[in-house]
Design a protein around this ligand. Structure first.
Ligand SMILES: [Zn+2]
Length: 191
């Protein structure tokens, strides 16, 4: 597997082994968060009503959408990517890059307090699953083969995201700062 750094050959992009990257991303996660408590809780029926069928399957049932056939994999517009479940800002277009895998890829999240990690050992692999820390919605996985300086590749499902465009870098940063400095965020993250 490409995740195993000792077996991986590197080039300047860090993406030589695209096929391995793709297969690691394409497998769903078998994690079960049904007994976990998150600051934002909804019943299964409420989640089903709030989300599209695909978003429910991916975000709430740890599924994976098909590569390339998803709306954000090649999107280059400026803006913020919100959690589909609770609209917390998770990723910025500033950190998005083309990984060639067919899924939206980011070199970092906006704030690691909001994008939580969980080790996922399904399918005989050791992967790190990432989910929204506020509502528990599954986002994807993070791999250590991304571009410098973080060397991380967050392989995320479009179905777990909601894109909100911004007119300028300033507007984008302001939107993120406003959300993260709001009481709204403090209350939720301190629960
Ligand atoms: Zn969320």
């Amino acid at each position: 597997m490409s995740i195993n750094a000792s077996n991986k050959s590197h080039d300047d992009s860090g993406f030589e082994d695209i096929q391995s990257c793709v297969s690691a991303c394409s497998l769903p996660s078998d994690l079960d968060f049904s007994d976990r408590k998150f600051p934002i809780e909804k019943s299964e029926d409420q989640w089903r009503l709030a989300l599209s069928e695909l978003s429910y399957k991916v975000a709430r049932k740890h599924g994976t959408e098909p590569p390339f056939q998803n709306p954000y994999h090649d999107q280059k517009a400026m803006g913020v990517y919100l959690c589909v479940g609770c609209e917390a800002p998770l990723f910025s277009s500033e950190d998005k890059f083309d990984s060639g895998t067919g899924w939206p890829s980011f070199s970092q999240s906006i704030d690691r307090r909001i994008l939580a990690e969980q080790v996922d050992t399904s399918y005989g692999m050791r992967r790190v699953e990432v989910h929204c820390a506020l509502c528990g919605s599954h986002q994807g996985h993070v791999f250590p083969d991304g571009p410098a300086p973080t060397n991380l590749r967050y392989c995320i499902n479009s179905a777990s995201l909601k894109f909100e465009p911004s007119d300028s870098e300033e507007a984008l940063n302001q939107k993120i700062l406003t959300w993260y400095s709001s009481e709204h965020f403090e209350k939720k993250s301190n629960k």
